[in-house]
Ligand binder design. Structure first.
Ligand SMILES: Nc1ncnc2c1ncn2[C@@H]1O[C@H](COP(=O)(O)OP(=O)(O)OP(=O)(O)O)[C@@H](O)[C@H]1O
Ligand SMILES: [Mg+2]
Length: 472
């Protein structure tokens, strides 16, 4: 980047020297000024990327000048110089926002290196501004973010299908944004003034789920001491979002099919049929076609649901979206944790880009949130993200024939190993209490349930193990 530099020093020889160094060795444009008051006027009238200023000057002292400059343009970088360098003034200058501090006399290299660092930083700031502007307009739909063609296409299709009554099936791996898409469809439909009711089909026992969905009448079962409305009734004239539909039992699938086909259902224990006016959206990360083959999912229900299909891409398939997503999450969590973190360092962004996110956008979001928690400066750095540590731990556990596997096999193995190790420790630490463990890990309880299933971890056995440990 070719930048604009303003040099301020009451010693004219110094101005000449710095001007010569800059014009001889760099392509940057340089302006010099020996009067700090005139320098401020100059600064007001034209944009500069960098100000190099002496600390001790008549009329206005360097620190006061620094404050004024930063007030006019907080993004400009300032380098202070002085022959009377003390730690105290250096600290004060950096605290007031100076980028760096140089003692006179200095070597050519010292000032050149600092200028290049500043220009790199300025370039990044400008790129981030462009990103932010992009974020603000077309790369955002409802709360969905994406600038890649595949996401743009999804936004466009949401616009098209939302106003219709068509049943929607959203498929895609965990953390790809299925729930967000469901919400966006509801928000852009004519039913948006009515409710969007979500029912999570995972980890709810069948009998509970049925009464949750359809309600029950007084005396239907022990404990049913009065009539209770179900979610279907609550969603009347609105949208019913059936999340994790792949986990629904066959019996419930049959009852749901009736609701979809006829718009009818019966509360538990009731003989009278009720009617509901609903728009259905379902989501799953299971492969329903395989489930149909394995006879765990009804084919007729599948075709009823799959009128309009959204197949959400994994984050790996849209890596170019990682920077805007990361900045979006940075802003979100910086605000939440009330931290003044403005940027992601280029190195950190590179590390994020080359990281694999099997948990997709959710995992990226968690990574940035963790980074914001650990970050102590205005810029998120690689060390705040804790990406490498996880790799190292896992790597030490990998077997020696690792590279004989294909990339996908190896990746699956690492992901599996990570899930297993993480979840086992997590559950142990929380005495097998899934809800507590999920809260600690910052994931949904249902998601933890599913991960546990994937890696064959049984909550009960961990609970009894922790119980035994306690007894010992
Ligand atoms: N395109 C996106 N833009 C912004 N945030 C996103 C996007 N996709 C996902 N997220 C965020 O990632 C997290 C996971 O999204 P969501 O719950 O919609 O995923 P999901 O596909 O339903 O996952 P699961 O299968 O595990 O239920 C949420 O915090 C969501 O806000
Ligand atoms: Mg979901």
């Amino acid at each position: 980047m070719v930048g604009k530099i303003l040099v301020i020093d009451d010693e004219k020889d110094m101005l000449l020297l710095i001007e010569r160094i800059i014009t001889d060795e760099t392509a940057h444009e340089v302006t010099t000024e020996s009067d700090p008051v005139k320098a401020l006027e100059l600064f007001e009238s034209q944009p500069f990327d960098l100000v190099i200023s002496d600390l001790k000057m008549p009329k206005i002292g360097g620190i006061a000048l620094l404050e004024k400059i930063k007030k006019m343009n907080p993004k400009v970088s300032v380098i202070m110089m002085t022959a009377y360098a003390t730690i105290d003034t250096a600290v004060e200058a950096t605290r007031k926002g100076a980028h760096d501090y140089i003692s006179k006399p200095f070597k050519r290299e010292r000032i050149l290196v600092t200028i290049e660092q500043v220009m790199k930083w300025q370039k990044m700031l400008k790129e981030n501004d462009t990103l932010r502007e992009a974020l603000a307009d077309q790369n955002c739909f409802s709360s969905l973010i994406g600038s890649t063609p595949v996401m743009k296409e999804i936004f466009e299709r949401i616009r098209q299908v939302s106003p219709t009554m068509g049943t929607v099936l959203i498929t895609g791996a965990s953390g790809t944004g299925k729930e967000l898409v469901a919400k966006a469809i509801h928000r852009h439909s004519q039913r948006c003034t009515r409710k969007l009711i979500t029912i999570n089909c995972t980890a709810i026992p069948e009998n509970v789920l049925e009464s949750e969905l359809f309600g029950h009448i007084k005396g239907a079962f022990t404990g049913a001491w009065k009539d209770k409305k179900g979610l279907v009734e609550e969603a009347h004239e609105g949208t019913l979002f059936l999340d994790e539909i792949g986990d629904l039992s066959l019996l419930m699938q049959t009852k749901l099919l009736r609701l979809l086909q006829e718009g009818e259902y019966k509360p538990v224990g009731s003989v009278t049929t009720k009617k509901a006016d609903l728009r259905f959206i379902a989501a799953t990360n299971c492969n329903l076609k395989t489930a149909i083959k394995e006879k765990t999912f009804r084919e007729d229900l599948y075709y009823r649901l799959n009128v309009i299909n959204f197949e959400l891409p994994s984050l790996n398939e849209r890596k170019q979206d990682i920077p805007i997503l990361s900045h979006h999450f940075l802003k979100k969590y910086a605000r939440l944790y009330q931290k003044d973190i403005r940027e992601i360092s280029p190195e950190a962004m590179q590390a994020i880009m080359s990281n694999d996110f099997p948990g997709n956008v959710r995992e990226l979001e968690n990574t940035i949130e963790r980074g914001v928690i650990y970050c102590r400066t205005q810029m998120l750095e690689v060390k705040d993200l804790f990406l490498e540590n996880e790799d190292i731990d896992l790597q030490s556990d990998l077997s020696s024939d690792f590279t004989r596997l294909t990339f996908h096999e190896a990746k699956d193995r690492v992901t599996h190993m990570f899930h297993k190790q993480y979840i086992e420790s997590l559950l142990r630490e929380n005495a097998g209490n899934v809800s507590k463990a999920a809260e600690k890990a910052g994931i949904k309880r249902q998601y933890l349930h599913r991960l546990m299933k994937d890696v064959d971890i049984d909550g009960n056995s961990i609970r009894s193990l922790s119980g035994q440990n306690k007894k010992k």
